[in-house]
Write a protein that binds this ligand. Structure first.
Ligand SMILES: NC(=O)c1ccc[n+]([C@@H]2O[C@H](COP(=O)([O-])OP(=O)(O)OC[C@H]3O[C@@H](n4cnc5c(N)ncnc54)[C@H](O)[C@@H]3O)[C@@H](O)[C@H]2O)c1
Length: 264
């Protein structure tokens, strides 16, 4: 199926590895020109170089999504090097650790959480989405074509213990997406959410291994397919919602989760 995004410019946040990097590869394979954002410059550059070596068009744009000025500067760079942003995927959502190798914490129970934990989670998820969306939405509305896809989490739909603030922040992105979808419909700009449950990435691999076989029981399709969610599962859904094919879909939340939750 031709997604109709050849030549479109896509900015994907938190895309130096994991789900975001796979989203970039998937959109690039459909001919989109990719701006790979990450907090870590080396990750952003490496992911962009990989796309270029596969014949795609990509640049790395390091920026902290929690910092509006840094994101506005990154968007200006994307506009001058690739063109105006047609597709924004707000994927950054697991706080960057201070070193590249550290695995982000999966969190403790709520009573033990601190204001610092909340600020880090809210800063990244809430302000990250606000900053990046504000930086591109005006241009999309003017050009009367745009896609914003927010990668949330089933934690935001059904709540997850040990991820209380994270669940709250991701749920907030659903409200944001619906409200912005309503504002943007008259400009033919769509805003949707893709909601993964556990997906095997560098951020989760160690935790998944600790759970052992038991984790498979929570996912009806894991029994049939003998696997958990992969970044490619999420990327396919994001690519569809980013595409010309999805122009009549807005304000929706699509769980890509092997049947983990069936929230309506
Ligand atoms: N992996 C899962 O099981 C899972 C489940 C549900 C939802 N999600 C969501 O999917 C998205 C991607 O998850 P992942 O597992 O690929 O994560 P990941 O940690 O493997 O990759 C995320 C990237 O985001 C970057 N990043 C972090 N803070 C940033 C910032 N302030 N500015 C720019 N970049 C930043 C990191 O450096 C990292 O390279 C997140 O929104 C996450 O909440 C993941």
């Amino acid at each position: 199926m031709d997604l109709g995004i050849s030549g479109k410019v896509a900015l994907v946040t938190g895309a130096g590895r994991g789900i975001g990097a796979e989203i970039c590869r998937t959109l690039a394979a459909d001919g989109a020109r990719i701006a790979v954002n990450d907090f870590f410059q080396e990750r952003a550059e490496a992911a962009a170089a990989e796309i270029r070596s596969a014949g795609g068009d990509a640049i790395g744009v390091a920026a902290d999504v929690t910092d509006l000025a840094s994101i506005e500067a990154a968007v200006s760079r994307v506009e001058s090097e690739l063109g105006p942003v047609d597709i924004l995927v707000n994927n950054a959502g697991i706080p960057a650790t201070t070193t590249q190798d550290a695995v982000p914490s999966t969190g403790g129970f709520f009573p033990a959480s601190s204001r610092e934990d909340w600020d880090r989670t809210m800063g990244l998820i809430t302000y990250g989405v606000l900053n990046c969306s504000r930086a591109v939405i005006g241009g999309m509305q003017e050009r009367r074509w745009g896609r914003i896809v927010n990668v949330i989490s089933d934690a935001g739909r059904i709540g997850e213990p040990r991820l209380v603030a994270y669940s709250m922040a991701k749920a907030g992105v659903i409200g944001f997406s619906k409200a912005l979808a309503k504002e943007s419909g008259r400009f033919a700009v769509t805003v949707n959410c893709v909601s993964p449950a556990t997906t095997v990435t560098d951020a989760t691999r160690e935790w998944i291994e600790k759970q052992g076989e038991a984790i498979m029981r929570g996912y009806p399709l894991a029994k049939g397919l003998g696997r958990l969610g992969q970044p490619s599962d999420i990327a396919s859904a994001v690519a569809f919602l980013s595409s010309a094919r999805a122009e009549w879909i807005t304000g929706q939340v699509l769980s890509v989760n092997g049947g983990y939750s069936m929230a309506s």
